[in-house]
Design a protein. Structure first.
Length: 203
């Protein structure tokens, strides 16, 4: 870990690096009830099984590099489910990060969206955390005739106090899926507009 980081920042840095390599890893601190007074804090890492409640495909009429640029560099434009505010670039952390606000079922949840890893124009991995919510997903970009196939796979966890207030879990997952579908539609619309502008300039 970088020596200049304070303890809390160092733990956050380490958790990010673990998830960069193992996207399904769950990093958590030892419960206070399991500690004795004066013990050093203990953190656990669990590599969860691959489980994808986020699994969607969008086909767009842009070349792969262009579709990748719209998805990664302009995420604040098309991510309609979450309000994103770019943070200043910091080479010590991730390539990009955003302050994030998610309004869901009448409540506002504050957090951070980070770009964990990129392999342009083939793939990019993201993680969003805050208010007890954690979301991770990897997006891949594959060329197809006339454009690019964009495939998003990932999962999320919600805080226990949030889940105990929701009786209809299936309805909850459907509501989250609708937010994802709206964001995908917004991404596709931007790509369609960019493709039309390119066609006009080339005519």
């Amino acid at each position: 870990m970088p020596a200049y980081l304070a303890d809390d920042d160092a733990r956050e840095w380490l958790a990010r690096e673990i998830r960069r390599r193992y996207p399904t890893a769950e990093v958590r601190e030892q419960d206070e009830l399991a500690r004795q007074e004066g013990d050093e804090p203990v953190w656990y890492v669990t590599k969860r099984e691959q489980h994808f409640r986020i699994d969607s495909v969008v086909e767009v009429p842009l070349e792969r590099a262009e579709a990748y640029a719209v998805y990664v560099d302009r995420v604040a434009e098309w991510q309609t489910a979450v309000q994103l505010t770019p943070r200043p670039m910091d080479p010590a952390t991730s390539p990009m990060s955003y302050d994030a606000c998610y309004e869901f079922l009448g409540r506002r949840y504050q957090g951070t969206l980070r770009v964990l890893a990129v392999d342009p124009p083939a793939s990019a991995s993201f993680e969003a955390t805050g208010s007890g919510i954690s979301v991770w997903y990897e997006t891949t970009f594959a060329p197809i005739p006339g454009g690019t196939r964009v495939h998003v796979k990932g999962d999320y966890s919600l805080p226990l106090e949030f889940l105990t207030r929701i009786a209809d879990r299936l309805g909850l997952e459907r509501a989250i899926a609708r937010d994802i579908e709206r964001a995908n539609a917004a991404f596709g619309a931007i790509c369609e507009r960019d493709a039309r502008r390119t066609a006009v300039r080339s005519a």
